[in-house]
Design a protein around this ligand. Structure first.
Ligand code: PMP
Ligand code: GLN
Length: 394
């Protein structure tokens, strides 16, 4: 028999699925895959339930229901003073995952170079490669996850079609600063390149850090596609409603990709998300402050246990250096060990690299109830103490 698509046949199952399955198998607290363990806002969930029963369950418009496109445009204006046309500048997708694939599909021709920053979210590379794009990867440097300016500049060439930027960034919680974004914007102008900005964690940012969409910088609105996710903004990750905002010239091509990927997504969820995006400012600021307290709780606990905890200014995640613990094994072995033996799951950071990633960092999700975070820390302590005692006496 002829072989199926080579690239997909070689692509492994996502690390999030692997670690969540392992967590279930060992009845472990899942600090791996990033999802909150409390329900999203009750009024948004109720709106989705009501909208199921109002006889509007046939295909919604291809680019999204009008009220959600208007709400996305209004949110762009309210939070970032961005002018987005609700009739042509927005495409609603089945999650940011589809949005990113649609944006990449809209821009990449085979042979185009795509600059991306490691550690990177695990759907990026397979999609770039499937489209025939050539990834040009630049690594951030721990512990600060600083952007190496010279290496980024060197990754650009006359063949660069776009930069794929994730800020706030999964897995390392980095929020790109205005200076970094200015540097990036200059490179995009110089090379006449586009930007696809994965901003799913736009509202999950911890003061004093602030999220600045690249699209707000001078000259960037015409060359940027900005991606958001209702899953993150409303703590409803299973809903899979995402949205792309940008200039009509580009978004119209994204719509062509979307019409061939999913065409549209569930109308009741779209209507409920429209209601959510109109919530008062306090809702959005509380997201960041609530999560910041959880980050502090987990970071302090992991530090006490001997992990080298790295800074995180946004997202659901912190990364921690396991080298100080003296564990004999790499990040994957460590994550398997704590899931099976301590009853706490995490994600190995090397999964966010094309190859040869660092082997001594793991990612913990802190979007959990405080009691769950305390319990996870207690379990890790029970596991680590004997390991450390053994190492000390060895
Ligand atoms: N991008 C990043 C950086 C993410 O962490 C996620 C997590 N789910 C996604 C995209 C996908 O978002 P969605 O669930 O809306 O598809
Ligand atoms: N974005 C989530 C994470 O980084 C996982 C999403 C998924 O499992 N597809 O943990």
């Amino acid at each position: 028999m002829k072989s199926p698509n080579n690239l997909l046949a070689q692509t492994g199952t996502t690390i999030f699925t692997i670690m969540s399955a392992l967590a279930v198998q060992h009845n472990a607290i899942n600090l791996g895959q990033g999802f909150p363990d409390v329900e999203g806002p009750a009024d948004v969930v109720q709106a989705a339930a009501d909208a199921l029963l109002d006889n509007r369950n046939q295909y919604p418009p291809m680019t999204g229901v009008a009220e959600l496109r208007q709400a996305v445009a209004a949110a762009n204006k309210r939070f970032y003073n961005l002018d987005i046309d609700p009739n042509g500048g927005v495409v609603v997708t089945s999650g940011a995952t589809e949005a990113i694939t649609a944006c990449l599909t809209a821009l990449i021709n085979p042979g185009d170079e795509v600059v991306a920053i490691e550690p990177l979210y695990d759907t990026y590379l397979p999609v770039i490669k499937l489209l025939g794009g050539i990834p040009k990867l630049v690594r951030l440097n721990p512990p600060e996850w600083s952007l190496p300016h010279n290496e980024l500049a060197a990754a650009f060439s006359p063949r660069t079609k776009l930069l794929l930027l994730n800020s706030p960034m999964n897995p390392c919680g980095k929020v790109f600063t205005r200076d970094e974004l200015n540097f990036i914007a200059d490179l995009l102008e110089q090379h006449d390149a586009y930007a696809v900005c994965d901003e799913v964690y736009e509202h999950l940012v911890f003061a004093p850090a602030t999220h600045i969409p690249l699209m707000t910088l001078p000259g960037m609105a015409a060359r940027t596609l900005r991606v958001g996710s209702a899953g993150k903004t409303f703590s409803l990750t299973g809903w899979k409603i995402g949205y792309v905002s940008g200039p009509i010239e580009l978004v119209s091509v994204v719509a062509k990709a979307h019409q061939n990927l999913t065409f549209t997504s569930a109308p009741n969820l779209q209507r409920a998300v429209a209601l959510g995006l109109a919530k008062p400012d306090e809702y959005f600021t509380a997201l960041g402050s609530t999560l910041a307290a959880k980050r502090d709780l987990l970071a302090a606990g992991l530090t006490r246990l001997g992990f080298g905890v790295l800074p995180a200014d946004g997202s659901y995640f912190i990364t921690a250096d396991i080298a100080p613990l003296g564990f004999a094994g790499d990040d994957m072995a460590f994550c398997r060990a704590i899931t099976a033996q301590a009853g706490v799951a995490a994600i190995p950071l090397s999964a966010f690299y094309d190859s040869d990633g660092p082997a001594n960092f793991v990612r913990f999700a802190f979007c959990k109830q405080d009691s769950v975070l305390h319990e996870a820390l207690a379990r890790l302590q029970n596991w680590i103490t004997p390991v450390q005692t053994l190492t000390a006496t060895a």
